[in-house]
Design a protein around this ligand. Structure first.
Ligand SMILES: NC(=O)c1ccc[n+]([C@@H]2O[C@H](COP(=O)([O-])OP(=O)(O)OC[C@H]3O[C@@H](n4cnc5c(N)ncnc54)[C@H](O)[C@@H]3O)[C@@H](O)[C@H]2O)c1
Length: 316
């Protein structure tokens, strides 16, 4: 990768990925884009609506990029609220981005999700290659997206790569309406109030990962030797399988008085129950050396520290 266009660059992943790419590949080599403009623009930014057929193509051509990192999407909880809009953004945007990559001979990354699995998928140690019959619009989009990326590789030779992200935890940009957002909110509320009411029920396990590990995984996979990749799109990756009470226990080690209670949201609980409890990431480890650096306790220490600094700065 030398010159990279990022779509959906103002989102939870994109906002941090853009900064990391700029420091690794050079400020002028990263073109951030989103459907909305940033409040405080820094670096090159272009407005792109991924559902408009030619916009990704035109900006890719203008800057002579060699890679597209396609992040623009509607996430799981929002996609359940607006299923048709989700189809248009998640599938329409993806095919437009893949077409640009095909026509301009670009490398291509887009994330799938643990949402690509469904209730009939084995729940524990979910294999890389397994049953995928999701019951949510987001899941339908993600499975179709994985297949579409495989198709553009095998049919047109586009160098497509991707991972199935678990729930991502970060302190920079608020998550955009996913099922695992509670695992970010809990840290803010722990600091602000010392309590948190979880919309996900006790005992509901989902895979999670701290954002620095997710960003490193994107770059590592994109720089991996293609000859080693047996799977291309949608490698399972994870750092931890955790339920709300595990976050509570980890936070209590740092804030002993912290308390969590529950007020379950049936929609997001239903989505969570349709996903695996823990996925197997062996293929990613074997084919491109994936390894997560953070476990729940090291993530908790860093999250609490960084959120305290952020809140202090914002109130100064
Ligand atoms: N964050 C997670 O926990 C997680 C987990 C698994 C997979 N993923 C996947 O990673 C990708 C990025 O997720 P995220 O968390 O950064 O999402 P996000 O919701 O935080 O950001 C998405 C961005 O896309 C932009 N966008 C929406 N519609 C657009 C359009 N028509 N044209 C251009 N931009 C548009 C939004 O303005 C937003 O900035 C998505 O494919 C998502 O499914 C995320």
């Amino acid at each position: 990768m030398k010159k990279i266009l990022v779509t959906g660059a103002l989102g939870q992943i994109g906002s941090e990925l853009t900064e990391q790419l700029r420091s690794t590949y050079g400020e002028d080599n990263i073109i951030a884009s989103d459907i909305r403009r940033p409040e405080n623009p820094s670096g090159i930014f272009e407005e792109i609506d991924v559902t408009k057929e030619k916009e990704i193509y035109e900006i890719s051509k203008k800057y002579k990029v060699d890679t597209i990192i396609h992040l623009a999407a509607l996430l799981s909880a929002k996609a359940e609220a607006f299923p048709k809009v989700a189809w248009e953004i998640n599938m329409g945007g993806l095919v437009n981005a893949l077409e640009a990559a095909k026509q301009l001979d670009l490398k291509f990354f887009t994330p799938s999700s643990i949402g690509a699995f469904g209730p009939s998928t084995p729940k524990d140690n979910t294999p890389q290659d397994t049953l995928q019959r999701p019951t949510t619009m987001y899941g339908v989009n993600k499975v179709a997206g994985e297949l579409l990326c495989d198709y553009y590789f095998s049919r047109f030779g586009v160098d497509t790569r991707g991972v199935r992200f678990p729930g991502l935890i970060s302190y920079v940009t608020a998550p955009g309406g996913g099922t695992t957002d509670y695992a970010v909110e809990v840290y803010y509320e722990a600091i602000r109030k010392g309590t948190y009411t979880s919309y996900i029920a006790q005992g509901t396990h989902m895979d999670m990962m701290y954002m620095p590990d997710a960003l490193n995984a994107i770059i590592q996979l994109m720089e991996a030797d293609p000859d080693r990749l047996k799977h291309r799109n949608a490698f399972n990756i994870t750092a931890m399988s955790a339920a709300p009470e595990h976050f509570a226990a980890s936070i209590c080690k740092q804030i002993p008085d912290f308390e969590m209670d529950y007020q379950v949201d049936p929609v997001r609980q239903g989505i969570a129950e349709s996903w695996p409890d823990s996925i197997n990431a062996d293929a990613a480890k074997e084919e491109w050396g994936f390894e997560a650096a953070y476990d729940i306790d090291s993530m908790t220490i860093d999250m609490l520290k960084k959120i305290r600094e952020k809140l202090k700065k914002n109130s100064a």
